[in-house]
Design a protein around this ligand. Structure first.
Ligand SMILES: Nc1ncnc2c1ncn2[C@@H]1O[C@H](COP(=O)(O)OP(=O)(O)OP(=O)(O)O)[C@@H](O)[C@H]1O
Length: 577
């Protein structure tokens, strides 16, 4: 996956990559040339006292060094830009893919891991690309070129290369093999800590309410400790790695000076050649080390690439039809025909044989015990999930044959757990209709009984909303999200238990105002409170995923034992109160 991913995402940057490789090549050749020039200055200039030669060769050395620096800077600069661009493209792909996921696809992975995959995992692949662009050309050329140049200086010392390089490879290789599984498990630990953190931050109020701080702190502490333990193990190996490498470099230097010194002493080698040989050996060892470091990043990046690939390879379970149908009319007529639905992995269906029609200008209510399937039912219209059998029709066309934009232009849903985005009230209200005028926003707020609390603060529509809407009350959040739906003026309104946080009087006022504004629209209300739906044109009583009774409030009071039970339970509560 790693190779496929890098190949696919580096394609648009081929010219930059070629430029980086050319700069790397030039820089490496210059680096390899410098020690031999240095040797010449010592052997042919200094020892013979030829100042002219020293000046000329010195100037050339300076020019080569300057060239080396400039090409190295250019290589690193373009390399970094290319790696960052590849990382950006990869992140964008993950984001787009996740955005196209249905609720079902998101549930399959879980939000924390999707966030880690789109950020940390992409970062690991990006780092490997960066290292690759920096060392892909220089490492092999430096190794082979360094060996050739060193042997040119002195053949009889070559055994030092054959001994020191394998020792370095063996030591670093051993450590890399020990590091690989640790890097693999580190990625999972990061996922785990993200999951715990996310859950605790989102559920902070519940944690406080149930005085679960010590338990949650322990849960976080354990996850944190796990991650720390792996990081410490990795750190320990690194602590070993650097002195080991340093030791090999110093021993090699000492060996070159010892054996080379003897050859200089016996007149078989010149001092300049010895200096050059030493520099080449160090260059070879450095290149081997960098190559091994790069190799060390491969397993971790490979795990990350697999995880990214898993996300990118998912065929979203819900996609737009290839040739969408445009309905002849735009009225908002909703029809469920013998709909059955089952959550993936669940044994039994959550909804069975659901059939009903909701007409424009009418209010259809759905009531039923908790877990009866009400939220699931209303999720099928905006295609958060697709039915297992039967069909859901909007203006006479199955929703599976409609373009997503056709559905969103007709249907506005107020979910059971309303979500507000960070920004201002105005920004939230314009979410579904950016071009809405201020008058339209105030009108929607008025209908949703939210005008009062928005006007109360001098900031009005500019009042800041925190992520998720956590800085307004539950009832205010519900009313703002009702107003957000009203601004779009859809043909179908879906209210999923959207009045539950309102007091009975506000609930009644809101429904009265709503009635006037939604005269031509289809209104589907899911509610727990009988008073909220008593005046609906039709009420469906849902029990265990089936419609057990239907009719108006008065009819159901006569005929439906389940409805009577719900009414009685609520009356007694009110009476007790
Ligand atoms: N994402 C999911 N995956 C699997 N099962 C689910 C999922 N969401 C809901 N369910 C199950 O489907 C059934 C119906 O859930 P649903 O949320 O539709 O009920 P509801 O009538 O809206 O309940 P409430 O009034 O409590 O909101 C429940 O048994 C629930 O456990």
């Amino acid at each position: 996956m790693l190779v496929t991913l890098i190949r696919r995402y580096s394609k648009p940057y081929l010219p930059q990559i070629v430029a980086v490789l050319i700069f790397q090549l030039a820089s490496t050749i210059a680096t390899l040339y410098l020690p031999s020039l240095n040797a010449k200055i010592i052997d042919e200039g200094v020892s013979r006292g030829d100042t002219d030669f020293i000046w000329r060769t010195g100037a050339m050395m300076l020019a080569v060094a300057l060239g080396q620096v400039l090409t190295a800077i250019a290589a690193v600069y373009f390399g970094a830009r290319t790696a960052m661009a590849i990382g950006r493209d990869l992140r964008r792909s993950v984001y787009r893919q996740v955005s196209s996921f249905s609720a079902q696809d998101v549930n399959r992975f879980g939000a924390p891991t999707l966030i880690t995959r789109g950020t940390n995992d992409v970062q690991q692949v990006q780092m490997l690309v960066l290292m690759g662009l920096n060392f892909m050309v220089s490492t092999p050329i430096m190794c082979v070129g360094g060996i050739i140049m060193a042997l040119r200086e002195d053949l009889s010392l070559s055994w030092l290369v054959w001994v020191s390089v394998p020792i370095l490879v063996a030591v670093v290789g051993y450590l890399v093999v020990r590091l690989m599984p640790l890097f693999r498990s580190m990625q999972t630990k990061i996922d785990a800590i993200n999951g715990v953190l996310r859950e605790q931050i989102i559920g902070i109020r519940v944690v406080r309410a149930f005085v679960r701080e010590p338990y949650e702190a322990k849960r976080f502490g354990d996850a944190n400790q796990d991650l720390t333990a792996v990081s410490v193990k990795i750190g320990n190996l690194f602590v070993l790695m650097f002195p080991a490498i340093g030791m090999i470099l110093h021993l090699s230097t000492a060996a070159v000076l010892w054996f080379g010194g003897q050859r200089v002493d016996s007149g078989d080698m010149q001092v300049g050649s010895l200096t050059a040989f030493l520099q080449y050996l160090l260059q070879i060892l450095m290149a081997v080390m960098m190559g091994t470091f790069m190799a060390m990043m491969i397993p971790r990046a490979s795990v990350c690439a697999d995880r990214i690939g898993e996300v990118l390879d998912v065929e979203p379970s819900i996609h737009n039809p290839v040739s969408p149908v445009v309905p002849a009319e735009k009225k908002g007529r909703v029809e469920f025909r013998d709909v059955t639905f089952k959550y993936p992995g669940a044994e039994a269906p959550v909804l069975s044989n659901i059939s009903f029609t909701a007409e424009p200008g009418k209010t259809l209510a759905i009531i039923g015990s908790t877990g009866a399937g009400k939220t699931t039912l209303v999720s099928l219209l905006p295609r958060l999930y697709d039915v297992a059998s039967g069909s859901v029709l909007l203006d006479g066309v199955p929703v599976t044959e409609l373009d997503a934009s056709e559905i969103t232009s007709r249907v506005s849903a107020v979910p059971q757990k309303p979500y507000l985005f960070s920004g201002t009230i105005e920004h939230n209200l314009r979410f579904g209709k950016p071009e809405a005028t201020d008058e339209e926003l105030w009108e929607a707020l008025e209908t949703a009984q939210a005008r009062g609390f928005v006007e109360e603060k001098s900031s009005g529509l500019d009042r800041r909303i925190a992520q998720g809407g956590t800085n307004v009350s539950g009832g205010q959040r519900q009313r703002l999200s009702i107003a957000r739906a009203l601004v779009t003026k859809p043909n179908v309104y879906l209210f999923d238990d959207s009045f539950s946080a309102l007091d009975v009087a506000t609930d009644a006022r809101l429904r009265k105002a709503l009635k006037a504004k939604t005269r031509d629209a289809t209104v589907i209300i899911v509610a727990q409170r009988v008073s909220t739906i008593a005046d609906a044109d039709e009420i469906l009583v849902l029990d265990n995923g089936r419609i057990v009774d239907r009719g108006t409030h008065d009819e159901l009071l006569e005929t439906s034992p389940t409805y009577q039970e719900i009414v009685e339970s609520q009356l007694s509560v009110e009476e007790v109160a």
